[in-house]
Ligand binder design. Structure first.
Ligand code: LMR
Length: 327
């Protein structure tokens, strides 16, 4: 009898300890700490643990240490992590509409992307994957993508015959096909090695990723066509989020809003400073295009939209186009 009482006491105290345990939030991502997303993940951890002391514990796994992006989305659904921030291209299997962000030359600049995200379609996309279990919490910036190769790309014909690493994006596949470029979808964590080994001869990415991963060690020319924007959706497991105690969820949502402002500020800065660092490394040359050259890229790449309009929906594309007009 005494043994039974002792066991009951032990069991109850273990159960009480579990109820008191902080809620664990595991945030897995693929970039280095020195990127907008890397800073965002660390800031989220700092603010959440400071303000929800004892109630929440955040573990951040950067640089694909835990998962690449495709794996992270599955892990999120299986409850193995609670937060991820994959680039828009990685959501294609969950929402065809998300492909709008990849359409070449759709958004004229970062402000236009922000206007679209704040508008009806942008807000609706955050919730578009909830029926599948993925909830969008915010949009985070990186920057405009830059194309690179070991030969200068000034006009579309210059790319003909190259082989590019792409994100697993159907839009990018069609885009590069239009340029006569073979594509190799590859997780971000393998790109540096892919360039080094010559598995691919080119790629496109934002400056902070290029600099933090040292892609310029293996790529001589970077072309700024401003054809596409690299951004992220910060996502969580929908069931996990709705099951949080309301006061914890409310505070975390406030923190996400604050972190988003900071991520986007850092993104704007890094788009300039990491570009400058690549130039100063003297390992690579940055090519800025004349209006005529830009027009040639637009002429080849804009027709790609029509192949994706049935999947994305004309209305969403039109809202994105309207976002280009200043308010
Ligand atoms: C890539 O796969 O190139 C990027 O989306 C990586 C990232 O998260 O910025």
């Amino acid at each position: 009898m005494q043994v039974l009482v002792v066991l009951c006491v032990l069991f109850l105290s273990a159960a009480i300890a579990r109820a008191d345990d902080p809620i664990l939030i595991r945030f897995s991502h693929v970039t280095s700490e020195a990127t907008p997303k890397g800073h965002g993940a660390e800031l989220f951890k700092k603010l959440a643990e400071e303000r929800l002391g004892g109630k929440v514990r955040v573990e951040v796994y950067p640089r694909s240490l835990k998962f690449n992006d495709d794996q992270a989305l599955l892990a999120l659904l299986f409850g193995d992590i609670e937060l991820a921030a994959p680039s828009f291209s990685k959501f294609r299997s969950y929402s065809r509409q998300m492909q709008v962000f990849d359409l070449p030359f759709l958004f004229s600049d970062v402000d236009a992307v922000h206007r679209f995200q704040a508008g009806e379609a942008g807000r609706q996309l955050l919730d578009s994957m909830v029926p599948l279990g993925i909830k969008g919490l915010a949009y985070w910036d990186n920057g405009m993508r830059v194309m690179s190769a070991n030969r200068p790309l000034r006009v579309p014909e210059d790319a003909d015959g190259l082989r590019f690493r792409i994100e697993p994006s159907a839009v990018m596949q069609v885009q590069y096909r239009a340029l006569g470029v073979a594509t190799v979808p590859m997780p971000f964590g393998q790109v540096r090695e892919g360039l080094k080994m010559g598995l691919v001869g080119g790629q496109e990415n934002a400056w902070s990723n290029i600099y933090s991963k040292g892609f310029h060690d293996f790529q001589k020319y970077f072309t700024e066509a401003r054809h596409s924007f690299l951004g992220y959706m910060l996502v969580t497991n929908a069931e996990f989020w709705s099951g949080l105690p309301p006061e914890v969820r409310g505070e975390l949502e406030k923190i996400v809003r604050e972190v988003t402002v900071e991520v986007n500020r850092i993104a704007g800065e890094k788009a300039q400073s990491d570009r400058q660092r690549v130039i100063e490394s003297k390992k690579a040359e940055v090519i800025t295009l004349s209006d005529t050259e830009l027009e040639a890229w637009r002429a080849v790449l804009k027709p790609v939209w029509s192949a994706f309009e049935p999947q994305i929906g004309r209305e969403i594309i039109e809202q994105a186009q309207r976002a280009n007009l200043s308010p």
